[in-house]
Design a protein around this ligand. Sequence first.
Ligand code: KIV
Ligand code: NA
Length: 264
Amino acid sequence: KRRVTVRDIAAAKERHEKWPMVTAYDAMTAGVFDEAGIPVMLVGDSAAMVVYGYDSTLPVTVDDLIPLTAAVVRGSSRAMVVADLPFGSYQASPQQALETAARFMKEAGAHAVKLEGGHRVLPQVELLVSAGIPVMAHLGLTPQSVNALGGYRVQGRGQAGDELMADAKALEHAGAFAVVLECVPTDLAQRVTASLSIPTVGIGAGPYTDAQVLVWQDLMGLTPQPAKFVKKYFDLAGEMDRAVRAYADEVVAGVFPTPDHSYR
Ligand code: KIV
Ligand code: NA
């Protein structure tokens, strides 16, 4: 078994093969997704919400994310593991971005990094790529800019679509190996996908991107109020509620444990 690489990702685009990506934040969950053949896992800064309980991605730090990234790498053997660079850890300069990305690669064993933004982060992308670090870009709804965007809303309508297209092309030119398109109109995502030679990874971007990504707690039904773009494949919150209540009831009633679960 070998890891998926950026060459495999590029080959998939040439063959017009779509691929799934999910987030992961711990070893055992990563192991399940790895066994299922998920080729790329993202240790998203969405950990801010789904792991750490913050209400945006802004508070999470590099020190918060490195142990989660290391766990996902240890828990998988086949997937490419992409580490999300958190807010404030790369915007200041290309040098800052390189220092942060190097920590994720050296301390956690990440295989690639992801950062948000278009023309403003081109120097960062260029330096990381020249240092041998694969970079996944992220355009459209970039949650680290939620305060500037005025909320979590669709991006790239009208004139802004041309700017997004220009950013996507510039990121490809700077050496990014893929670009996430979050919460953009379907037709814009389709045009960007057709215009780039690197894959697009959609989330709330319609069916025409080269890949799709979802936060695993969203697709498994653990998130209380998921966004419109989420499809719920399981009722994990409901199943966990049922199971933990059954356990609690059996403890209270003295039904668990039985001799089967005990040592003599
Ligand atoms: O942090 C995250 O989970 C992400 C994906 C949803 C693209 O950036
Ligand atoms: Na993210």
